[in-house]
Design a protein around this ligand. Sequence first.
Ligand SMILES: Cc1cc2nc3c(=O)[nH]c(=O)nc-3n(C[C@H](O)[C@H](O)[C@H](O)COP(=O)(O)OP(=O)(O)OC[C@H]3O[C@@H](n4cnc5c(N)ncnc54)[C@H](O)[C@@H]3O)c2cc1C
Length: 501
Amino acid sequence: MTDSVSQSLPKRIAVIGGGVSGLAAAHRLVELSNEGPNKFDVTLFEASDSPGGVAGTRRIGEYLVETGADMFITNQPAAVNLCQRLGLSDQLIPTETAHRGSLVLRNGKPVRVPEGFMLISPAKVWPVLTSSIFSPLGKLRMGLEFLLPRRRERTDETLASFVKRRFGREAFDRLIQPLVGGIYTADPEKLSLQATLPRFIEMERKHRSLIIASRKQAAARENNSGTDGSGARYGLFTAPRGGISVLFDRLLEVIKQQAAVKLGEAVTAVSRSDSGQYTVQLRSGDSINFDGVVIALPSFHAASVLSAGSTDNSDVQSSNSVRELTGLLNDIEYSSAAVVVSGHRLADIEHPLDAFGLVIPAIERRKILAVSFTSRKFPGRAPEGRILLRTFVGGALQPEMLDQSDDEILQTVRAELKSILGVGGEPDFMEVCRYKRSMPQYHLGHCERVARIRDLTEGFAGLELAGNAYAGVGIPDCVSSGESAAERIVQQLLKQCSPDR
Ligand SMILES: Cc1cc2nc3c(=O)[nH]c(=O)nc-3n(C[C@H](O)[C@H](O)[C@H](O)COP(=O)(O)OP(=O)(O)OC[C@H]3O[C@@H](n4cnc5c(N)ncnc54)[C@H](O)[C@@H]3O)c2cc1C
């Protein structure tokens, strides 16, 4: 980079959306501005009055309540690395060691998920053989997995088809559907295995049997205390001591030191001029020009701002590309869910709640999807003698639940908690948090769709998409998505002003 080029900077970059993806993008831009000779003038636009998007922490009395995400995984390092750079490492706490494990509902009764069950595949045989979740025939069918050949076709398949092919229908219905479906609040009959859990495809390709592969992996991790407990590997999860919002507040604080942060500013359109500049139109009526834009919104919102901005585009080829891009973005389906957060006296609950939570298979035909025993996972979430519960409702399999009023949802949840866990008495509080169209569904064909979205976006230098719609819904995925978008946009803008161009 020559001096004359450096002098033509700073480039102005807008980040649209202040969820974790947008915050990570804006923060990375600020970092890149500090790291090199090139300066970037960054503006973050967020429609609501606070950052964090679908995740956030609230104090309700003496309870510390997560209304969305309550922890993140550490074996995908992006979120932990970010916390480190923000000086938050000492605030990250592991999950409690007592009560690690999950429950699953079987004929109306909570039953422990067999120890060593790794989401889809058991790493230990004995706990499955002795579990009351599966019938003798179901166990026999699961055992056949040892002998089954690998799949030869290389095409994608649904998560349900993969699990039924390897372990049989009962394993899917009784355990894997609620464990995996819960992560995406999705219908596993539609979920793409390639887009959601590609590591299991690799396991089958490499080891043929998933049981063999899981046992090998478990042996390799023998000394890692993070692999104990049933269900997910609980030792791999973490959260800030003060709740997930600690991360957002710190991000905002750092971003604000060097960038403009516009909270309560909804973007209505993003358009591109023939000279390659972007105009960001705000609901307030203002419009501002930028050299680059990171759109970190749910894909249907991204589609909406892009199509609103393309109406006056005279370039036919670019109009066609925007039309195809917005079509693909709109094709990504979303599910809606509600989380009912509630605080209870332990003395009012019959079940010992000796786990991190309970998942409920669709075949149980209940009106709730799962219950997280949140204050069992991290200390300081509930006062002494009390417990904080988070009950999940709706999702792709029960969308009609969201048509109910808050009062109706509360009544339903109270009745289900009473019947399943013996939760009685008056809760200290009970609130409904609604998440309308919040969970992208990675259906069959998702990877191809996202690859085409990337191709089309590359045709618009200075435009990047980030967020949970594309390559992972977890907090670390979103951090990666935002940070990579920031890095790509900086590369493009620098290339644009390179003298060799
Ligand atoms: C109930 C629930 C529980 C979850 N639990 C976990 C968990 O425990 N661990 C985990 O890792 N992940 C969890 N997730 C997933 C994870 O929290 C999300 O995938 C992630 O937070 C999404 O972040 P995002 O920035 O991509 O999107 P969002 O959070 O949706 O952020 C998008 C932002 O854009 C803003 N916006 C929208 N339109 C405009 C506009 N026109 N102009 C400006 N701004 C706009 C919105 O207000 C919002 O702030 C959970 C998700 C949900 C819904």
